[in-house]
Structure formats: structure tokens, C-alpha cells
Design a protein around this ligand. Structure first.
Ligand SMILES: [Mg+2]
Length: 273
């Protein structure tokens, strides 16, 4: 039985849908976050006669921490202690949470003004899949998924977006629980076994493994191939361009004529609204 064989990238040609994580898979969103933090702290430090914010500060105090923790740690490094404040403090309130919320506003401004360029290999992979009738969805923990997709020019590719706002509104557990990916499959009318999870983070790979998806495709943007494999990825690539060929022999062609030769795909893309 095929189920007893190792699952490899060739399975991409057999499955009905791709469920994409967003940040780090389709878009280098971390760059936008870095620019937003820089803008936030440079402005605030200048206004308070503090030493300028640097990239080293980002990696030392901000990177990888929850937003408010990053603000608190960064301020402490400049000898500043602000009141903690409340989650609903406005962006102009001088508290840890107010500044954290201001970072969200700055992120939105940064996106609107400078946009974000999606990974070219990801766009090639995505567009080839769509052209072949593979269904696609975005499953992201971010509450900014829709503005990021819009800024990247990818919003119209996706009818189904399960993001942090959807998860919060509907009480769906976040990654590494499989629930948001399962919701993505459900909204496409498919089961987990029909779908590929495409992820760059170990937590997302764990979600794909926990949900018994048809394939878990890891994208190594720095997390490391071994870490992704250990977390449950079936296959790891450095860039999704490497996986285009695996969409199937007929799918690897560089021709744009995809209308008549693919007789294996039973799911066609929904018409865009
Ligand atoms: Mg990611």
C-alpha cells in the first residue's frame, strides 16, 4: 500500500489542495516587522534623548518575543521603565502596551507605504498550482494576514484565509495545534489527507503532522532542515521553486497552456469574486 511508503515530494502531484502559512512562506514579512520596530523605537528614542535603536537591539531584545515583552525588554535596555498599561491602550498612550499597540499601527503604515515583495519562487509555485486546478488557502497565526496579502499583491489568489482574527473570533486553537489548518481544509470542502501543509516554522510543521495532512512540506528560511524534519516535515526545500516540478510531470512545463492537458485534477479553482 502506498501508505506504507515514505511520503515524498512526488505526492504533491496527487493532492487536491495546498494550505500555505504566510509569513516566511509566501512573504518575507519579518523584514516588514523589523522596519516597523525600527521606526517605532527610532522615533521614540529620539523624542526621549535615548541612544539610537540598532539592528543589534532588534536581535537582542525584540526578535522572537511576544510584542509587549519585546517592548519591555528594549526599554529596560535603555534604562526606561514604563507602566505596563492595558491591552486596549491606544497607540499614543505612553505605556508598554500602548507602545506595543503603536508598533501595530507603524507596521500597517510601513506595509501601506513600502509594501512587501513575495518570494518569487513561492509565487511561481502558487501560480502553477492554481493554473492546474489545485485549491489553495492561507492559514496564518497573524492578525495582519489580509493586509500583508494585499500589500504583496496576492490577496486575489485566495478565497480562503484562516488567520489570527478568524481563530480568535471562532475560538480555534493556534499552531502547533492542527486546528487552524483543519479549518482551512474544511473551508475548502476537503479532508486533511487531501491537503498539503506548507510551513517554515517548527510549530506549523508540528501542526501539519498532528493533523495527519497528506503531506507536510517544510520551507527552510533559516530554521534548519533538520529541525523541520524532526518536527514532522516529510520534505524540506530551501525555496518553493524547487517544488514546482513535483506538482506533476505535466505540471513542470514552463508553458502557460494549462487548459487542456491536465486530466487528473478533479478540483478546479473557484471563480474569484
Ligand atoms: Mg511562518
Amino acid at each position: 500500500m502506498a501508505t506504507s511508503l515514505p511520503r515524498d515530494v512526488s505526492r504533491l502531484g496527487e493532492l487536491s489542495a495546498l494550505l500555505f502559512d504566510l509569513d516566511g512562506v509566501l512573504t518575507p514579512t519579518a523584514e516588514v516587522h523589523m522596519r516597523a520596530w525600527s521606526r517605532l523605537f527610532n522615533d521614540w528614542f529620539a523624542a526621549h534623548d535615548l541612544a539610537p535603536y540598532t539592528d543589534d537591539d532588534y536581535f537582542e531584545y525584540v526578535d522572537g518575543r511576544p510584542r509587549y515583552d519585546g517592548v519591555r525588554a528594549m526599554l529596560a535596555a535603555r534604562g526606561v521603565v514604563l507602566p505596563e498599561g492595558a491591552d486596549d491602550d491606544g497607540p499614543d498612550v505612553e505605556t508598554v502596551r500602548g507602545l506595543g499597540n503603536r508598533k501595530n499601527s507603524v507596521f500597517a503604515a510601513e506595509l501601506a507605504e513600502n509594501g512587501v515583495q513575495p518570494y518569487p519562487g513561492s509565487v511561481e509555485f502558487l501560480d502553477r498550482a492554481i493554473a492546474l486546478g489545485v485549491q489553495v488557502a492561507v492559514v496564518s497565526s497573524s492578525r495582519n494576514a489580509v493586509p500583508v496579502l494585499e500589500a504583496a499583491g496576492l490577496r486575489d489568489r485566495f478565497d480562503v484565509v484562516v488567520d489570527g482574527a478568524v481563530a480568535a473570533a471562532e475560538g480555534i486553537a493556534g499552531k502547533p495545534a492542527p486546528d487552524t489548518y483543519l479549518e482551512g481544509a474544511r473551508r475548502l470542502g476537503l479532508t486533511a489527507a487531501d491537503c498539503v501543509v506548507v510551513e517554515d516554522a517548527t510549530s506549523g510543521v508540528e501542526a501539519g503532522r498532528a493533523g495527519s495532512f497528506g503531506l507536510v512540506l517544510g520551507v527552510d528560511r533559516g530554521t534548519g532542515r533538520d529541525a523541520l524534519l524532526r518536527s514532522g516535515a516529510d520534505v524540506v526545500v530551501d525555496d518553493l521553486q524547487e517544488a514546482v516540478v513535483a506538482l506533476g510531470p505535466a505540471r513542470a512545463s514552463s508553458t502557460t497552456d494549462t487548459t487542456s492537458t491536465d486530466t487528473t485534477s478533479t478540483h478546479t479553482a473557484e471563480a474569484q469574486p
